[in-house]
Ligand binder design. Sequence first.
Ligand code: NAD
Length: 254
Amino acid sequence: MSERMKYKVAVVTGAASGIGQAIALRLAAEGAAIAALDVSEAGLKETVEKIAAVGGHAKAYALDISNATAVDATAKAILADFGKVTTLVNNAGIFDNHLTLLETDEALWDRIIAVDLKGIYLLCKALLPALQASGNATIVNLSSIAGVVAHGGGLAYTAAKHGVIGLTKSIAADYGPAVRCNAVLPGAVMTAMTEKVFAKGQGNAAVLEAISGSPAGRYAQPEELANAVLFLASDEASFVYGAQLVVDGGWTAV
Ligand SMILES: NC(=O)c1ccc[n+]([C@@H]2O[C@H](COP(=O)([O-])OP(=O)(O)OC[C@H]3O[C@@H](n4cnc5c(N)ncnc54)[C@H](O)[C@@H]3O)[C@@H](O)[C@H]2O)c1
């Protein structure tokens, strides 16, 4: 076990699968104690067991991050269990399958905004006093290339992920230097969210073409995103505030 996150207590949302599970495992391997949050109890159990198997410490909290009452109760429970919070990784999210404006009904719009944008606002607000009290805190928000360009997702997802960048800059501006807040913008990453989009022969042709035409020429594995989150969450990023770290294999560079 390495030491880059020693003495840190990291709250990771969406920790039951995909990028969030990879982040929880990576931060734990660097010495952080992990509060793992998700709607999926089965997935959380798997994450906690994987961390325990390599000598780390993690505890599971099942909740819907779009529910303010549940978020506040979970924040209290985490502080009671761990005594402090130094690190918040807002990773949980849902996708809208590239639906355009006319294909997006009000219920889908509300749900995407509730989980992908409001959920981050709720977690940040509930944990900000504890983060400030820790004296050297970081927040890392998972946006997306859909936070800076169209066609990384549908209308609602693109709006939400652009919103995450605005929220990130506002928190960085208002709560630095004690709280460093930054965003990671993944391109295509193979997870449960995207396996259908990437499926050979039946996936999204435009997305597959963009991936194969990018400098990396492939999609990422979740661990490659976890490395970027680790950098921003660690003291190595001590002068990085309000940044948008694009980790997309060059998709948006060409
Ligand atoms: N996979 C990609 O290509 C990609 C690209 C850009 C951005 N992202 C972003 O990365 C993050 C992680 O995505 P992923 O690909 O690992 O997806 P995933 O579906 O594998 O994981 C998302 C996790 O969030 C949890 N979750 C969903 N709604 C929740 C809620 N209301 N409350 C609590 N937990 C909830 C899910 O149960 C799941 O475990 C998301 O914010 C996503 O938008 C992913």
